[in-house]
Design a protein around this ligand. Structure first.
Ligand SMILES: Nc1ncnc2c1ncn2[C@@H]1O[C@H](COP(=O)(O)OP(=O)(O)OP(=O)(O)O)[C@@H](O)[C@H]1O
Ligand SMILES: O=P(O)(O)OC[C@H]1O[C@H](OP(=O)(O)OP(=O)(O)O)[C@H](O)[C@@H]1O
Ligand SMILES: [Mg+2]
Length: 322
């Protein structure tokens, strides 16, 4: 039976955070063949294999079905996969690698603030110069569909592999489409983002391939991994709240308004143990005190395992139906 293969970034911006993400979930990625070997494992999970690839290769391998899971940016999922909804399943966002894919023009173009302005300039440009406006980018597909949505057709894409922001100053393109997070590269190159020029807000995601060989072994591996990931996620967004209250039922009703769920069955007079979303903790504590608790303690959790796994269930439905 085929093992579960997880592709993770071997270099670049997502690598370090990916490592931290696995560590948080209590999963230790090992590279038994040494740092130059592109296959690895997860300690204690013999049916799971790690493939170290670049972020853009990971998107392509997911589409091809040669890996089951991959960690990559949403920008690459949408750029490199022709039919994302049909070929991959987004398991969960990971909270790092945030960046926007944007349309940016020279700051000197004072009359161009929006995509509509750009459309006007594009037609003018063609009439005046007898050639089309050039857009430097590596996001060829995203650019085509975004520009089409604004009815802009008078342009030509100049494929750029790197240093895209330098293209206007170098005279190889008039404007660019690229990814930005701090904005400092755009600023340094005297470029500005158009007001409605953000085509995608990206971050790193855990993504599953729908065309991979989802053998029983692979599914069991996915379940084991996602149990730990979901348990860590649930722990991160909740706090454990404890209080002794005279009227257990009234306290539970009040706490429920803060999105609290009761963790363990108990009887009146015993300590009430609640799982509370972080944002509701203070309000929940106030309510419990108003209902007679003399103290409310709040604790941080490492893991919250549940009988249902919100990450695995939707994936299982898709890959077993396929
Ligand atoms: N400021 C940023 N600039 C570019 N990408 C970012 C930024 N912040 C986060 N990312 C994310 O990191 C992903 C990978 O970027 P990285 O530079 O590591 O690889 P790459 O440039 O695609 O390299 P390769 O040529 O090896 O595929 C991007 O696709 C994007 O999802
Ligand atoms: O908004 P900023 O914080 O300035 O980041 C944007 C820059 O980061 C990326 O390049 P990267 O550093 O990943 O190098 P690369 O082009 O070789 O991938 C991207 O292509 C931009 O050039
Ligand atoms: Mg990069």
């Amino acid at each position: 039976m085929s093992k579960l293969i997880i592709a993770i970034p071997s270099k670049g911006r997502l690598q370090e955070n990916t490592h931290d993400f696995f560590a948080r979930a209590g999963l230790q990625v090992t590279q038994p063949g040494g740092a130059r070997n592109y296959r690895g494992a997860i300690k204690g999970m013999k049916d799971v294999e790690i493939a170290f690839l670049s972020a853009s290769e990971i998107a392509r391998e997911l589409a091809a079905g040669t890996v089951h899971f991959g960690i990559t940016g949403l920008d690459l999922v949408h750029e490199s996969i022709a039919d994302p909804a049909g070929s991959v399943h987004i398991v969960t966002p990971l909270g790092f690698g945030g960046a926007d894919v944007v349309t940016a023009v020279p700051k000197a173009w004072i009359d161009v603030e929006s995509m509509a302005d750009l459309g006007d300039v594009a037609s003018d440009f063609r009439n005046r110069h007898g050639r089309r406006l050039r857009v430097a980018t590596k996001y060829v597909n995203l650019t085509r569909s975004f520009f089409a949505a604004y009815g802009i057709a008078d342009y030509r894409i100049v494929e750029s592999a790197g240093a895209t922001e330098g293209a206007p100053a170098a005279g190889t393109a008039e404007l660019i489409v690229d990814i930005t997070s701090t904005g400092s590269t755009l600023h340094a190159n005297n470029l500005k983002i158009l007001s409605d020029g953000v085509m995608l807000r990206s971050q790193a995601h855990l993504v599953a391939s729908l065309s991979a060989d989802w053998s029983e072994t692979a599914l069991a591996g996915a379940r084991a991994i996602l149990d730990q990931v979901a348990a860590e996620e649930a722990a991160r967004i909740h706090k454990l709240v404890r209080a002794k209250v005279p009227d257990r039922k009234a306290a539970l009703e009040a706490a429920a308004e803060e999105g609290v769920s009761e963790l363990f069955e108990g009887v009146a007079g015993e300590v009430l143990t609640l799982l509370c979303p972080k944002a509701g903790v203070a309000a929940c504590a106030r309510k419990l005190i108003a209902l007679g608790a003399s103290r409310v303690t709040v604790e941080t959790l490492d893991y919250v395992f549940g009988d249902e796994n919100p990450l695995f269930a939707p994936l299982a439905v898709k890959v077993t139906a396929a």
